[in-house]
Structure formats: C-alpha cells, structure tokens
Design a binder for this molecule. Structure first.
Ligand code: PHE
Ligand code: 6NA
Ligand code: ZN
Ligand code: ZN
Length: 403
C-alpha cells in the first residue's frame, strides 16, 4: 500500500493524527485535552455533547446524533481515550508524534488500541450527516477514561449512572483487535480477568541451614502455579479466547540472600473462559493451595463474575444487521471470544448486547507493543465500513425490547 504526499493527506487521517498526539497515556493521562478535543468535534459536527464526571477527574464525554424515532433504543459506539505506556527506547519514532512513513504507516501509541476507532466513528457520522442522512435510532458516541487499568473509574461506574440509563442503549460497538489476514475479527464475548495472589508462609531461618517446610518450597513444591498451568490444557484447535489461560506475572518475598523468609507470594493473571463453571474453578484453585501445604492461601485482586455472550446467529437482530453489511461489503468475519478484557464486559453485564470490532485487517497485532502502527489506507477503509454499518444498525426496526 502506498500513500499520497503530505500535502494530499486525507482530512480524516489528519484528524486521527491530531488525536494520537494527545498524551492520554497511563498512568497520568491528559484526559482534559481529550475531553476538549471531543467537545470541539461536537461543535464541528453539530452534535449534542454531555460530560459525565463519574469520578473526580474521570469524565465520560457523550456525543449524540438524535434519531427520528426517539421511542426506539439507541446505538452506543464506545471507545476508551486512554492508552498504555510505552518503552520509548524500543520505538522507531516518537510514540506521540504520529509519524507517517513514506508507505503511509502511522506510528503511535493508540494507533490500533483504540484511537483509530474513535475517529473512524466520528468521521463516519460526519460523512453521513453531510450527505443529509437521518436514521430512526439515535447514535451515541461515548469516549471513556480508565479502560486500560480496568475501567473501575470509567465504564464500570458509568453504566450505573442515570445518564447511562438515559441513553437507552439497545446495542453497542466497542473495541476489537487487528487481524493480520484479509478477515476481520469480531468479538461476541470475553474471558473474565481473575487476578490471584497466592501467599505461602513457612519456617524462616539462616540461609545456610536445611529448613523444613519453608514458604518458598511450598509455593513451588506442588508447583502450585505449575499445577495450575498443567491443569489448564489448551486445545490447539480452539482460539485463545475459548480456553482459560494463566500467566505467572509477579513473585514477591525475601529480604536478604542469607535469610529464609517466612512469607513469599506469587501472582497470576487468569483469563477465565465464559463457559467455565466459576464456582467449581474457584474451588479447584483453593484445593491446589491446600495441596501445596499448610499456610498457603489465595486472595483476588480482580475477579470478574459476570460473563455474557452476545449471540452471533439469526436470533440476534443486531448481529443480523452487522453481518449483513459485512457480507454485502464482502468482508470476511471471524467471530471470537476476546482473550483480554474490555469495557464491553460492563456494557454486556447491564443487558446491552455488544460486539468488539476494530475494522483493522491486513494489520499485524501490535496493541500494547513497540512500534504500534496502522496504515492510513486501512484506517480510511474502516471509516467506509462504519459508514455502511451505522445506517444498518440505526435502522433496525422496532424490537420487543424497544417497547
Ligand atoms: N484490556 C486490558 C484492561 C484490563 C485491565 C485490568 C483488568 C481488566 C482489564 C486487559 O485486558 O488487561
Ligand atoms: C487482548 C485485548 C484487550 C483489549 C482491551 C485493551 O487492551 O484495551
Ligand atoms: Zn483498548
Ligand atoms: Zn489496551
């Protein structure tokens, strides 16, 4: 894919690069600049603009394009404004310059996850509005903070607010992940993040002595974490999101080379598949800890307990509309369960069906990675795709849930 010269850059691409330069990077995102950016978009597009401060300094910005039939439930287009940190020394270009190379690749943190989607939504709405279209269902675009650190001061609070209820969302789109093939991945569910800390206590003593029942040996004896890894067989024929995974992500304890510590702990990032019996799984974790020995306990730093699946068959009129447009556009869809967790889990948990979709095919998966980038032609194709999806979704006839 080649690209036009800088003087011929598509205005949608220029807007995308402008947004990428706003430093909404964790752990101190410039949320104020992002909110101001979306307020300006609302002015430019003649859209309603609401700011909902869900926690001090955490504002959800809602841009609204009213439909012609307010009795119908609305379409919610969600995106998060924050991006994960960078290891600048490993980037070919400044991650917040939005450098575009001669081939047309735009390098920036958030180029895939997920600032592209925010601008693709906005540019599709702009095109449709400029062409004079109006649709029965209202379209709300929500720009939310805090997703990359769990959404606990973002979407998790917003869905509990009266301002969210007042949106009367009937269906939502949120983030997906790039697909390196010609196909587009679409997520209909997610695995549930369970962050588990296993703490082992044992006999302390001098590092030169042979000591029975130490904290360290219990932590590894039954290979408490290895047992967890070995028991979670992943079936190579299944997609990653369909099986439960675990990574050992933290080891803590010890104070000196020659002191056997009384306490050590290991922390794990479990992603539990939606079809798992959660009660049985927790009991399994507890039994592994008991088998590891006296004084081995576990605690949860995060434990999502509300897995939801958005149907991807004819029973779901939203899926029917979504997949029909993709078929008409000859887009190949790959429905999957999202390996990670996004704000969609909060939206689905309050009864709003949601699909995770980022229209990024022929694109290496680089979210959270060095040199995250997106080709401008793929970005622009995504605007075309939303320009076809939004009319179809906003024109879904009245449903029983609308009454
Ligand atoms: N998307 C990130 C966000 C997240 C952080 C913390 C908890 C849950 C989700 C992840 O999947 O890890
Ligand atoms: C693996 C997918 C994770 C998407 C959620 C995020 O990182 O923003
Ligand atoms: Zn994301
Ligand atoms: Zn992310």
């Amino acid at each position: 894919m080649t690209s036009k010269g800088p003087e011929e850059e598509h205005p949608s691409v220029t807007l995308f690069r402008q947004y990428l330069r706003i430093r909404t990077v964790q752990p101190k995102p410039d949320y104020g600049a992002a909110v101001a950016f979306f307020e300006e978009r609302a002015r430019q597009l003649g859209l309603g603009c609401q700011k909902v401060e869900v926690a001090p300094g955490y504002v959800v910005t809602v841009l609204t394009w009213p439909g012609t039939n307010p009795a119908l439930s609305s379409i919610l287009l969600n995106s998060h404004t924050d991006v994960v940190p960078v290891f600048k020394e490993h980037w070919s270009h400044d991650p917040f310059e939005a450098f575009k190379d001669s081939e047309g690749y735009i390098y920036a943190r958030g180029a895939q996850d997920m600032k592209c989607v925010s601008i693709q939504y906005l540019e599709a709405v702009r095109r449709l509005k400029v062409e004079g279209h109006r649709f029965p269902r209202t379209i709300h675009m929500t720009f939310v903070p805090d997703e990359e650190v769990g959404g606990h001061q973002g979407m998790e609070l917003f869905v509990q607010r009266p301002e969210f209820q007042a949106l009367r969302a009937g269906f939502a789109l949120d983030e997906g992940i790039a697909n390196p093939t010609d196909a587009f991945t679409v997520f209909y569910s997610e695995r549930s993040p369970w962050w588990v800390r296993v703490t082992s206590t044992g006999r302390p003593g001098h590092g030169s002595l042979f000591i029975e029942d130490t904290a360290a040996e219990k932590l590894v004896r039954e290979a408490a974490w290895e047992r967890i890894e070995s028991e979670l067989q992943s079936n190579p024929h299944l997609k990653e999101g369909a099986v439960t995974s675990v990574n050992l992500t933290k080891l803590e304890g010890g104070v000196a080379y020659n002191v056997v510590p009384a306490t050590m702990s290991a922390s794990f990032d479990f992603r539990v598949a939606p079809d798992v019996d959660f009660k049985a799984f927790e009991e399994q974790l507890q039994s592994w800890c008991q088998a590891a020995g006296e004084g081995v306990t576990l605690e949860f730093a995060q434990k999502w307990m509300h897995p939801q699946v958005t149907p991807t068959d004819g029973s779901n009129p939203w899926w029917a509309a979504f997949s029909r447009v993709c078929k008409d556009m000859n887009l190949s869809l790959e429905p999957e369960i999202m390996p990670g967790a996004s704000d969609s889990r909060f939206i689905r948990a309050v009864g709003v069906p949601a699909l995770g979709f980022s229209p990024l095919n022929r694109t290496p998966v680089l979210l959270h990675d060095h040199d995250e980038r997106l080709h401008e032609a793929v970005f622009l194709r995504g605007v075309d795709i939303y320009t076809r999806l939004l009319p179809a979704l906003a024109s879904v006839p009245a449903l029983p849930s609308d009454s």
